[in-house]
Design a protein around this ligand. Structure first.
Ligand SMILES: C[S@@+](CC[C@H](N)C(=O)[O-])C[C@H]1O[C@@H](n2cnc3c(N)ncnc32)[C@H](O)[C@@H]1O
Length: 280
């Protein structure tokens, strides 16, 4: 018979051997998922034996992780800004550094702000849904180049009680170049094509390449989006765009060239240049 303690220890060692970070946490998360309990609940049940069926399922989940499938895709969810988002292959797993965009918007706008916002490239809907919930009077348009992420965003919005508008489109070019938005947020693809092969296997082999690689020099999509965003921001409106840690200066200059003001780069909690803030 295999106990919970034994299962966790066994897979922790195997994950460490495979170079997987947070080995124990991964083993616990996957076992908790197989048992359909919270991870904390395992700690009070460490000496319980695992039924054969659960053991089989938990081993299958851990074998997938062992092959470097991201744990969030295996369990089908990821926390963002304190809420659980459904994720699956085909949408980017939301990252903690992207939460900074929501915090920055909260620093600039009151909770009852009743404007119009757009999230360009919504993926799982992490930003669009969170903004709609944190600013209950904000009308939020979620856009993506692909239909599949829009479907996941809709699923998350429905599950979390957010009301959004949706549009499948490339950037903002299809919208008339008039001041439509009070707030534009975007976490566009910004990885350099030549850096893609060197990413962790979890990212390189499982997350969607088109959500990550940002065209020529990694910055092409960000630069194009800036020229599309500038004429569509209302005077005084805010832009927040996530970018790679070496792209801050180029994007500040491009934002200013596009006609935006007060362009500045905001660091993430690791101190890396990460977000462009600018104003119309
Ligand atoms: C880095 S992911 C960000 C997903 C989500 N906003 C987040 O922060 O977790 C980039 C997203 O932008 C979408 N995308 C890529 N190029 C785009 C374009 N030209 N117009 C609109 N969306 C685009 C991708 O399909 C992907 O869902």
């Amino acid at each position: 018979m295999t106990s919970i303690r034994h299962f966790i220890e066994d897979w922790r060692e195997r994950f460490i051997g495979a170079g997987i970070e947070d080995a124990r946490l991964n083993a616990e998360l996957l076992l908790a998922h197989a048992l359909d309990v919270r991870r904390d609940d395992l700690l009070t049940r460490l000496d319980e034996s695992l039924p054969a069926e659960i053991l089989r399922l938990a081993n299958t989940l851990c074998e997938r992780r062992f092959k470097r499938e991201p744990v969030d895709y295996i369990i089908g969810r990821r926390e963002f800004f304190g809420r659980e988002f459904h994720v699956e292959p085909g949408v980017l797993i939301p990252r903690p550094e992207t939460e900074r965009i929501v915090e920055l918007a909260q620093e600039r706008l009151p909770r009852d702000f009743a404007g119009v916002a757009v999230d360009i490239g919504c993926g799982s809907g992490a930003l669009a849904v969170t903004l709609a919930l944190e600013f209950p009077k904000l009308r939020v348009l979620a856009t993506d180049l692909h239909a599949m992420p829009l479907g996941v965003t809709r699923r998350n919005a429905n599950a979390l009680g957010a009301r959004l508008w949706y549009a499948q489109m490339d950037g903002l070019a299809a919208l008339r170049p008039a001041p439509l938005f009070d707030l534009v947020v975007s976490n566009p693809p910004y990885v350099l094509p030549e850096d893609f092969a060197g990413l962790q296997p979890e990212v390189r082999d499982h997350e969607p390449r088109e959500a990550l690689v940002g065209g020529k020099d990694g910055i092409e999509i960000c630069l194009r989006l800036l020229t599309e965003i500038a004429p569509r921001l209302k005077p005084g409106g805010w832009l927040y765009m996530e970018h790679g840690m070496t792209q801050g200066e180029q994007l500040r200059e491009a934002a200013t060239r596009a006609g935006l003001k007060q362009a500045r780069t905001v660091q993430d909690y690791a101190g890396l240049d990460r977000i462009l803030e600018a104003r119309a």
